[in-house]
Design a protein around this ligand. Structure first.
Ligand code: M6R
Length: 608
């Protein structure tokens, strides 16, 4: 996730900007840059990679001046590179911007501006903002930024500086956070409070659609229509560590709670108003879609579970046979391809060694590879033919949460997109699924309310030796992911079973008090699952069942029932994932484990 810092005052801006960006490093980034006004021009330095690369470049060639802006970039549009790093300049170098978020209508704006003669140096959506301001500038930077902001669609935060009015910075917040830090004869801007804490604890938190006009001696705030706003000063009382985690005890919990936003961001620009999946990054035509006669999905761990959900939705909507396999097996199996097999590689990090090797195996056999990844410019993204980026933002906890649910969203979008192009499914069925997908940010927000119930259950359950997760169809896949999450961070032995398989062996392990988490969200399989719950109850298991709100039967069968906000069963794996993540989280906390860095595991597995 990108980071923004701005400074105006009497100090050397460069060191304030670099220190501020350092405090935002924990959010993850792939490049960094700063711009400082030196009394006559704005000088910009930016570099791919760590902040230390930029610092090296500045060593002995620093940027003098006391007004500046800085940025750490997490690539969304355009690969990570020096050119795509921020700040971005207009043609004249008079207007310089840093930007977080996504400008949805940047293609159209870029085309218009190009026709007017503007020359673009990067592949980013952000650069259009600098050129748009250049084209609209009428001697009033604040007024021009307001006009420009009203022409931008999407979720973004911006800070603009200009040689024409070097005594001010103008900041805009639209669905992407920004705060203004208040000093004596100096002021600060940042996308997150930690960047300011070394200088001030007095801040204005910009609200949705607010603009700040910041000089060294005053801060004035406005709405996008230009009317003034009176802001209350917030006194920050948290320490640095808490601020990084935005008040959450662990990154994992923060990331669980970020899921509504991560899903909404992944949907941005990909779901038309008439509920059509549009994936502009693919731009496939009907022939390309119709040629595909087989799909192989390759991934590891949680991403493999996303692939298992993907298989069910793809087969249902496209009628193409789909195989899913863990990449470490696939790479050595000499898989059989048809002429038009599409291979889908799923990887949050885009650097997992086994997934990358399996992708290379498919490429070496001439297959088209589509990547679903969270990291623009990662190896998987670079080596694939097509890429769908999930917009989860950096995931810091080892246990994958928001990356998983956004991978599921990417699969729903892709399956509906492919089915529309192939004409392989009833358009009403596709629309129904996409309507539910559109409702996921809200459904996930609601299901987060189960946290207290899961915490309570986890406290009682945390010292059990083992647990079983059961379900049928998509619930079976959700059970696999629930069990993996629990093992990974709580170290409780957990197994997931297709509920119908229990009696073929596992039932022997069910005894008095053994916890069984039973998932029952698939309406057409509900009665079968209830019968399986009765099988384990008959052996005195302790059953927590998860099913839809409004159910009247489950309470008579299970020991405890957690009710979920009802949605289309096809998207249930997203909704069910949340309480299972919370269960694993609270069990791990209860056991005193290092939740964000579980023993023996790494975030990115770049070795075989
Ligand atoms: O970065 P990737 O998605 O390729 O990682 C794959 C697995 O290593 C990963 O999902 C792992 O299973 C998670 N830690 C599970 O929470």
């Amino acid at each position: 996730m990108c980071g923004i810092v701005g400074y105006i005052g009497a100090r050397e801006a460069q060191s304030v900007l670099l220190q501020g960006l350092e405090k935002l490093e924990y959010r993850g980034y792939d490049s960094a840059g700063i711009a400082v006004y030196d009394g006559s021009v704005i000088r910009v330095k930016k570099r791919l990679g760590r902040l230390s690369n930029l610092e090296e470049q500045l060593n002995g060639h620093g940027l003098p001046g006391s007004v500046g802006i800085g940025h750490t970039r997490w690539a969304t549009h355009g690969r990570p590179s020096d050119e795509n790093a921020h700040p971005h300049e207009d043609c004249s170098g008079h207007f310089v911007v840093v930007h977080n978020g996504i400008i949805e209508n940047y293609r159209m704006l870029r085309e218009q501006l190009r026709r007017e003669g503007h020359r673009f140096r990067s592949e980013t959506d952000s650069e259009v903002v600098a050129h748009l301001i250049e084209s609209l500038y009428d001697g009033d930077l604040l007024g021009t930024v307001l006009k420009a902001a009203n022409r931008l669609r999407g979720a973004y935060a911006l800070v603009v500086m200009s040689v024409r009015e070097p005594d001010r910075l103008v900041a805009v917040r639209k669905h992407s956070p920004l705060v203004v830090g208040l000093g004596e004869g100096e002021n600060f801007i940042a996308s997150d409070i930690p960047a300011l804490l070394s200088y001030t604890r007095r801040v204005y938190v910009l609200d949705e659609g607010e603009v700040a006009d910041v000089t060294a001696s005053r801060v004035a705030c406005y709405r996008l229509d230009g009317t003034g706003v009176d802001k209350q000063v917030l006194e920050v009382t948290w320490d640095m560590a808490a601020a990084e985690k935005a008040g959450y005890e662990h990154f994992m919990l923060k990331e669980i709670y970020e899921q509504p936003k991560a899903i909404a961001d992944t949907l941005t620009g990909r779901l038309a108003e008439d509920n059509r999946a549009v994936l502009p990054e693919l731009g496939w035509d009907e022939d390309t879609a119709r040629q595909i006669d087989r799909i192989h999905i390759i991934a590891c761990g949680t991403a493999y579970h996303a692939g298992m959900v993907g298989r069910q939705i793809l087969e249902r909507l496209t009628r193409i046979p789909v195989e899913v396999e863990v990449a470490s097996e696939y790479r050595y199996r000499e898989p059989v391809y048809t002429e038009n097999t599409l291979v889908i590689a799923v990887s949050q990090s885009g650097e997992t060694a086994d997934t990358l090797a399996a992708l290379r195996e498919a490429k070496s056999r001439g297959r088209r590879v589509l990547a679903i990844t969270n990291v623009v410019g990662s190896s998987v993204a670079r080596e694939a033919d097509d890429v769908v980026i999930t917009q989860a933002g950096p995931e810091i906890a080892v246990a994958s949460t928001k990356a998983y649910t956004t991978q599921l969203v990417a699969f729903y979008l892709f399956a509906c997109y492919l089915a529309r192009l192939r004409g392989s499914a009833d358009p009403e069925a596709i629309r129904g699924i996409l309507e539910a997908v559109r409702g996921l940010p809200e459904a996930v927000s609601k299901v987060l309310d189960t946290a207290p119930a899961m915490k309570q259950f986890a406290r009682r359950f945390a010292w059990k030796e083992s647990a079983f997760f059961i379900g049928r169809g998509l619930d079976y896949v959700a059970a696999l992911e629930g069990a993996l999450k629990l093992k990974e961070i709580s170290y409780i032995h957990a197994e997931a079973y297709a509920a119908g398989e229990l009696k073929h062996g596992t039932l022997a392990l069910i005894a008095e008090g053994v916890p069984v988490i039973a998932l029952a969200t698939q309406d057409h399989l509900y009665e079968k699952t209830v019968s399986n719950i009765k099988e384990v109850k008959a052996r005195d298991a302790y059953v927590l069942a998860l099913t839809w709100a409004g159910d009247g039967e489950m309470a008579t069968v299970a020991d405890e029932v957690l009710y979920l906000p009802r949605t289309n069963p096809w998207v249930a794996p997203v909704v069910v994932a949340v309480p299972l993540q919370l269960l694993a989280y609270y069990a791990a906390v209860e056991r005193g484990n290092d939740v964000d860095k579980p023993r023996n595991l790494a975030k990115s597995v770049t070795v075989e």
